[in-house]
Design a protein around this ligand. Structure first.
Ligand SMILES: [Zn+2]
Length: 381
């Protein structure tokens, strides 16, 4: 058994100073504050007042460390996961960008192996049923109209590990596909879309529960057409993904969405591509060439923003600097995304019974320690 003591805990109910966390067999067994007597004689680690927060859950990440999940290369997949784990992401869905279907299926099969090995939580297919008119960083030539047979091929290639499918609801047959995906246990996210308000509400009625990088790769609301953004912001059953990098989304909008939706409906994702953690250069994202300069990733030839170079620890600091309360930011990085894909009973909070996936943060909210399943990946100083 391990006991972390003198920690500033970010619990679902609030921040507790002088707190402690007891860990055994990979799980959190008890949590308390200074008033509660803590277990005796364990292996005690005094954290000197450092923050302890749950490990982050990223619903949308394409790559990092110079590599993309879409490559399907086992060594690349491992390198990406290690990079993001070092930045606090202890659970992640590997996102597949839209690419020719046979490439997506091959990469999906390779990712399913990694999920089964326990390194990844699941797979997010960003397409191929997206709007070519709102392609953003995705390849419009590889986009397909909704097709039940293609969906079945994707689900089968992922061997039950497809957790999220991003689609554009205005495409013909999209609503039927939402129902099919949800029936097969796949959460549907609305994204890369030009759908209007009514059509988006129909997709939510059909079972869509997520918004892929809200505001990005979709038209903004106007006074006469609230659009997909309006419907997704409004509906209480929808969790909206935000990319808190100051490039995809203005800090004022970031803070506004937290106030409007509450942290229970916001998931802070990275949408990170290969350049996360390695810096400027040229990279392949799906079948597109991307150039990163000064941390901004742009699709060559189109100038579209091509995913981020963000990590979730940087998203935490950015959102706090934007004025979002720390408790809300932590919720949007852990409990909310975990609940959105049905793993909230396993990870996402400092609660007895859940996996001991947690982070130790220093006074500037920088990562000082990363624990996964009760073992230190990086022990705190
Ligand atoms: Zn996207």
């Amino acid at each position: 058994m391990t006991l972390l003591s003198d920690a500033t805990l970010v619990l679902p109910v609030g921040v507790v100073q002088g707190g402690w966390v007891a860990i055994a067999a990979g799980r959190i067994t008890a949590v308390g504050g200074p008033e509660r007597s803590r277990p005796r004689d364990p292996d005690v680690l005094d954290l000197g007042g450092c923050w302890v927060v749950p490990g982050f859950v990223d619903l949308h990440v394409h790559g990092g460390g110079g590599q993309s999940y879409g490559s399907g290369e086992p060594a690349a997949i491992g390198a990406i996961s290690s990079l993001h784990r070092a930045h606090g992401t202890t659970s992640a869905l590997a996102s597949l960008a839209t690419a020719p279907l046979d490439e997506m299926l091959r990469a999906a099969a390779a990712l399913a192996d990694v999920v089964e090995a326990g390194t990844l939580t699941g797979i997010h297919a960003e397409g191929p049923f997206l709007s070519p008119a709102h392609a953003g960083e995705q390849d419009p030539a590889a986009m397909l109209v909704p097709d039940a047979d293609v969906l079945t091929q994707l689900i089968n290639a992922c061997r039950g590990h497809l957790r999220v499918l991003t689609l554009a609801p205005e495409l013909p047959g999209a609503l039927e596909l939402v129902r099919r995906a949800v029936d097969r246990g796949v959460a549907v996210a609305v994204g890369h879309t030009g759908a209007g308000y009514e059509r988006t509400l129909s997709a939510i009625d059909a079972g869509a529960t997520l918004a892929t990088h809200l505001f990005h790769a979709q038209p903004g609301p106007t006074q006469r057409e609230p659009g997909a953004v309006g419907a997704l912001l409004e509906h209480p059953d929808v969790v909206v993904q935000l990319i808190a990098d100051g490039i995809h989304l203005h800090d004022a909008l970031l803070a506004m969405v937290f106030r409007l939706c509450g942290a229970e409906r916001v998931a802070l994702v990275t949408d990170a591509m290969a350049a996360a953690g390695v810096g400027d250069g040229r990279y392949e994202v799906g079948s597109r060439q991307v150039e990163v300069r000064g941390g901004v990733a742009l699709v060559e030839g189109t100038g579209a923003v091509a995913g981020s170079t963000l990590t979730q620890d940087a998203a935490l600091r950015r959102a706090v600097d934007a004025g979002v309360p720390l408790l809300d930011v932590v919720t949007a990085l852990s409990a909310t995304p975990a609940r959105a894909i049905g793993i909230g009973d396993r990870v996402g909070a400092l609660v007895p019974g859940l996996a001991a996936d947690l982070l130790v943060l220093g006074p500037g909210l920088e990562i000082d320690g990363v624990m996964v399943g009760g073992s230190w990946l990086r022990a705190p100083h």
